[in-house]
Every structure is written in C-alpha cells, then in structure tokens.
Design a protein around this ligand. Structure first.
Ligand SMILES: Cc1c2[nH]c(c1CCC(=O)O)Cc1[nH]c(c(CCC(=O)O)c1C)Cc1[nH]c(c(CCC(=O)O)c1C)Cc1[nH]c(c(C)c1CCC(=O)O)C2
Length: 354
C-alpha cells in the first residue's frame, strides 16, 4: 500500500514513513536521509542508462525516468526518492526553445526580457507533461512505502535562466529587469508561479508524497528585495498546493539571510545549505517548521573518519529541532564516490536510531 493519506491497515504506509513523519515534525524511528541530485552522474548505473540520450529527452521517457529515480533508492537505501526530471522541463513543455548543455546547464535560445517576450510563456496543462504523469504511475507502484518527492523550480530561479539565457554568476540582466521594470518583473514571476503551480499539481495528483520548490539562485538577493520582488510569487505557488496536504519543502543556496522569509513564503520544511548550522537556522526560521540539510557536499571527498565527524556536527546541531531531514547542503557533486553516500545513509540511520 502506498497511500499518502492515512491508512487503515497495519503495514507500513508511505504516510507513516520516517521522511513524511519528519516533515510533519512527528517522532521518527531514525532521522530520514535523502540527497539532492542522488540520481545522476555519481552513479555508474546512471551513466550507463543515459549513454547517448540527451538530458531533456531522458526526462520524457517514463521507463528511463523510473529506472533512474529508483537507482539511488536501491543502492543507498535512502528514505525518499526524488523524481528524475529538471526544473526547465515545464518550460520546454510549453514550447520555450531551450536545451540542457552537458557541463553547462540550461541554455535558452531567445531570452525573455520584454513584455512581448512574456506572451511566449503560455499555461501548462497536464497533457503537456503526460510523460511525467506516466512515470509517477510506474514509480509509485515500484516504490512501495518509500515516498516520492516531486519538484519544480521557483519563479526567481526559472526567471534567471529565462532572462539571462543560461546560467549566470551575477544575474545582472535578471536584476536589471527586477529593479528597472518592476511591473514587467512582477508579471513574469506571476506567470512562472502559475506554470510552476500547474506542474506541481500534476505531480501531486500523480502520486508525489511531498514537493520541493528549488529556488537555487535566490541567495543572490538581499532580504528586502526578496520580500518585495520574489516572495509573493513563491507564496502563490505554495498556496496553490496547500489544500493537498503534502509537505512543501523550500530550498536555495546561500540563503542564510533569507531563511525566515523562505519559511514565511509557505514552506513546511526549509532546506539549509552548509553555511548556517542547523541550530542557528532553526532560530532564523522560527517554530512550526522542519529543517532539511546540511552536510557540505564537498565533505564527501574527505576520509571516512572526517565524513563521520562532520556528520556528527550536523546531527548535533539538529538535536533540538522539531523535525530534521538529513540531506546535503546542495546537490551531490558528479565525481562523488557513491560508496561514501551509501555509508553516510547507514551512519545517519545508526547514529539516530531510537
Ligand atoms: C538549478 C537546477 C537545475 N536543475 C535542477 C536545479 C535545482 C537544484 C540545484 O540547485 O542543483 C533540479 C534537478 N535537476 C535534476 C534533478 C533530478 C533529481 C535529483 O536530484 O536526483 C533535479 C532535482 C537532474 C539533472 N539536471 C541536470 C543533470 C546533469 C545532466 C546529465 O547527467 O547529463 C541532472 C542529473 C542538468 C542541469 N540542470 C540544471 C543544472 C544547473 C544542470 C547541471 C549542468 C551540468 O553540470 O551538466 C538546472
């Protein structure tokens, strides 16, 4: 049985999994663990099945998506799967001309910078992403009681790719639009909020047990700008899926100064990168929310003893939290030794067993 919603039988259900309990800030048998980018280039079995298939094309093949999503669950015994896809998939699905270039990231053929450009962002319908619905169906069957996390890019991070035309260090075109034409900016973010909401609803209705909104690059903003120019759109996304009752996770990199606002936007769980210890993050976020994080992904390149010691630091800082989901502070780096990840899952489970 894999029902999200509560349960008559005695068997372990998805609803009773350690991951979903931690999201709800309930007692857990052990601290649950999963990793951002747990599926991907760190796994030889991933490289093998992806051979010769471009990234975006692989996201549109339900059997391949199912296999890749399951790989880290089988290998590492993580407490949750994350759906294999990308934040730009819904944009591609509504006809934005973009590609994911290996070693670079998403590249957009014609950046969006004017009001006329905005008209290119039409609504997303479930039919545009039927391959996503199909893959969720296969996965929820295969995963049993292991929760499946759906995700989407948050309006700011999507806007950054669309406005810059690709990855950006300084987000200068994005900020130029945000400061220079606040009304067009607000309309762009609102449009992206609608697309993102539609994409998350497809995933929840197809069986996602939780959703994560990735605002990976929003740490580039000061709190006042975040509150004024980004938070309304992110809040709209969270509100749009509130009635489903699945936990909503919100994550970004370099967001130490934004953690309180990111929780306030409507998240049930706030993801924290490695720059802020979890006890301090809890003070910034305030009561009533679980935290997710936050081992530096680069720590996995050190000795097993050093990894264990750094893991203890994270667990010690998390000891007083209302709910903790162990994760890295950002995604698994592509050259990470997968055995280090497998050991880390076992170590966290053992160290926190109660
Ligand atoms: C910013 C962002 C993107 N995509 C994503 C984000 C937010 C998370 C974050 O902050 O890292 C989200 C994402 N992308 C991917 C997943 C899959 C699920 C998982 O976490 O295991 C998730 C959750 C697959 C992917 N998405 C991508 C890969 C690598 C491509 C490949 O394996 O060929 C994977 C596994 C491509 C991609 N797509 C993007 C980037 C920056 C890249 C990396 C480019 C590169 O280094 O080659 C945009």
């Amino acid at each position: 049985m894999s029902a999200n919603h509560s349960p008559a039988g005695h068997q372990t259900t998805t609803y009773d999994s350690a991951f979903l309990k931690a999201c709800r800030r309930e007692q857990v048998p052990h601290t649950p663990v999963w990793f951002m980018r747990q599926a991907g280039r760190s796994l030889p079995e991933y490289l093998k099945v992806r051979e010769g298939i471009p990234m975006l094309e692989s996201c549109m093949r339900p059997e391949l998506v199912t296999e890749i999503t399951l790989q880290p669950v089988r290998r590492h015994k993580v407490d949750a799967a994350i759906f294999f896809s990308d934040i730009v998939v819904p944009l591609k699905a509504i006809g934005v001309d973009l590609d994911i270039k290996p070693g670079v990231g998403p590249v957009v053929a014609e950046p969006i910078r004017t009001r006329a450009d905005l008209a290119r962002l039409r609504d997303l319908t479930p039919d545009d992403v039927s391959y996503v619905t199909e893959a969720f169906g296969m996965l929820t069957g295969e995963l049993g009681s292991t929760p499946l996390i759906g995700f989407a890019g948050a309006p700011f991070t999507l806007a950054s790719y669309l406005v810059e035309g690709g990855p950006s260090r300084n987000h200068e075109n994005t900020k130029a639009l945000m400061y220079g034409d606040p009304q067009l900016w607000a309309d762009l973010l609102d449009r992206l909020a609608e697309i993102t909401s539609a994409f998350l609803k497809v995933q929840i209705e197809a069986g996602a047990s939780a959703v994560q909104l990735f605002d990976s690059w929003v740490g580039a903003l000061a709190p006042a700008d975040y509150r004024r120019s980004v938070m309304p759109a992110s809040a709209k996304v969270f509100e749009s899926v509130a009635s489903y009752g699945v936990p909503r996770i919100h994550f970004g990199v370099g967001t130490g100064e934004l953690l309180g606002l990111m929780g306030e936007a409507g998240a049930d769980v706030v993801g924290v990168d490695w720059r802020v210890p979890l006890d301090e993050a809890a003070r910034r976020v305030g009561p009533g929310k679980a935290l997710q994080g936050n081992l530096d992904p680069a720590v996995l390149f050190s000795s097993p003893e050093a990894v264990r010691a750094k893991t203890r630091e994270v667990l010690d800082a998390a000891a007083g939290l209302e709910g903790h989901i162990f994760n890295l502070g950002h995604g698994v780096l592509p050259t990470t030794d997968p055995d280090a990840l497998t050991r880390l899952v076992a170590d966290v489970h053992e160290a926190t067993a109660r």
